[in-house]
Design a protein around this ligand. Sequence first.
Ligand SMILES: C[S@@+](CC[C@H](N)C(=O)[O-])C[C@H]1O[C@@H](n2cnc3c(N)ncnc32)[C@H](O)[C@@H]1O
Length: 288
Amino acid sequence: MANERMRQVWKLGADGWVAHRDLFEAELGGFTDVVLDAVKPGPDDRVLDVGCGTGALVERATEHGAAGVGVDISPGMIEAAAALVPAASFVVADAQTDDLTPLGPFTAIVSRFGVMFFDDPVAAFTNIRRAASPEAALAFVCWRGIDENPMFTLGTNVLLDRLDPKPEPPAPDAPGPAAFADPVRVKSILEMSGWSEVNVTGVDVVCDYGLTGSDGVEERLTMILNTMGGRIAREQLEPQLGPEGWLALLNDVRAELRSNLVDGHVKFTGATWLVTARNPADQGNDVR
Ligand SMILES: C[S@@+](CC[C@H](N)C(=O)[O-])C[C@H]1O[C@@H](n2cnc3c(N)ncnc32)[C@H](O)[C@@H]1O
């Protein structure tokens, strides 16, 4: 089945995202308005949030008066979103393979880091476009390269370095957070999916983990342990090292984070692409 690996990853990942929604919001909240400013949703709009997670982006769209629908492949995310955001509706769906047209038509399609996980991105963006109205706007943010985003490596590397065998770095285009790092590839995926007026613009937003007055080290550590790499490391290393060894390793992660504080906080620049496009007026549905 398409997207089976990511279905499993996000099924397991949902518990951590739900339990620590406030931390993930503190990290990613700065990108919400970046996306919504690009589509300017209002009362006449029906907005689809793809890979909506616990629903924060679509929640903000409804605050602008739009009707909001979130889809996500992970049942745990959708269950939490439905409970947390009663103003929008939420559906478990694979945005690549499930027919989204009964939920639309949508005048705007948005996503905050929810569209980099498809096995076949052209099939996914073609499928998403079929649920869009003529001239509907598309806007999403995705990460630039891992090398430009130290949040993916700092601290996490301390854990991954201890794994035996060490995990191979994913292929550059493999489904995952950095799958859309190459702007030329992203533009071509959208054009092949029938979207027009495709624009890819660099946007940097500071992600500060020390907002509650702390230095952010414990907050960032919690998040690391709830990423894919952190979960794999914990599963393998905690039983191997025993409680004391595991605690010592976590202290090494804390030390790594502490030695890289900025203005006394764990703080990273999130280097992203804001990608915008439009469904052609004639919808170009003969593309695929
Ligand atoms: C990095 S999280 C972002 C969540 C949310 N957009 C946010 O900003 O809080 C990526 C989300 O994409 C979802 N996802 C991954 N593959 C998907 C697919 N094929 N169809 C729908 N959602 C998918 C995951 O389940 C996960 O909730």
